[in-house]
Design a protein around this ligand. Structure first.
Ligand code: HEC
Length: 188
């Protein structure tokens, strides 16, 4: 009897595990697609605004459109999709405890040699009565980002940022560092 139970358990295990793995892979891929949509929409609008009105005008695009685009994708997917960071510009993007730990882990993995563009983390997390699938992808600091997140900001940019974000911590970055991360929560 023990033997059959063992075999039954082994069979059940073999059947369930790949199904769960498939489910996680699908959820991760869908999270990546939502993030890609967010990243490319925002990047497109940011670049267009920089070309049209210069960086000071583009600050308004980031302020207005980044939260709007995130809210739109969250509504379309039914998930929570956003951006976060350990050094914030907009305090509304503050990480929760889980996100903070993942961001710290990304910094550690970057220091150990993994390029920022390759850093992701996914996990099924129990939060109170809810079980959620959470996914994060690091956001590398590129050259164009330094205009508003670097060490030497133009005077007009600095003034605009001080006015809009009196507690801005999101400057002093160098190319290749992790500026923050996209974060997705899917209810299961
Ligand atoms: C024209 C100025 C400007 C440029 C260029 C810019 N940003 Fe930002 N960034 C902002 C502003 C303004 C916010 C605050 C947006 C908000 O209020 O949600 C912000 C917020 C962020 C956030 C959200 C976390 C936080 O600190 O609130 C991330 C992540 C981020 N930027 C990454 C980048 C990356 C990566 C690049 C380059 C591809 C970039 N930014 C280029 C102005 C800029």
């Amino acid at each position: 009897m023990m033997k059959w139970n063992g075999i039954a358990a082994a069979v059940a295990f073999a059947l369930i595990l790949p199904a769960q793995a498939d489910d996680a892979a699908e959820r991760a891929a869908a999270s990546q697609a939502a993030i890609q949509n967010f990243a490319s929409t925002l990047q497109g609008e940011l670049v267009a605004a920089m070309q049209k009105g210069g960086p000071v005008e583009a600050i308004d695009v980031c302020k207005q459109r980044a939260p709007e685009i995130a809210a739109g994708i969250s509504e379309d997917t039914g998930w929570s999709v956003g951006r976060t960071s350990l050094k914030l510009r907009n305090p509304e993007n503050a990480p929760d405890e889980w996100e903070r730990a993942v961001l710290q882990n990304f910094d550690d993995r970057l220091a150990a040699g993994t390029p920022a563009a390759e850093l992701t983390h996914q996990e099924v997390v129990t939060e109170g009565d809810d079980t959620v699938f959470r996914f994060m992808r690091a956001i590398p600091t590129g050259g164009v980002c330094l205009t508003c997140h670097g060490s030497e900001l133009g005077g007009d940019i600095q003034h605009a940022l001080e006015r809009l974000y009196p507690n801005d911590q999101a400057t002093g970055y160098a190319e290749g560092q992790i500026r923050g991360a996209f974060t997705v929560i899917q209810r299961m």
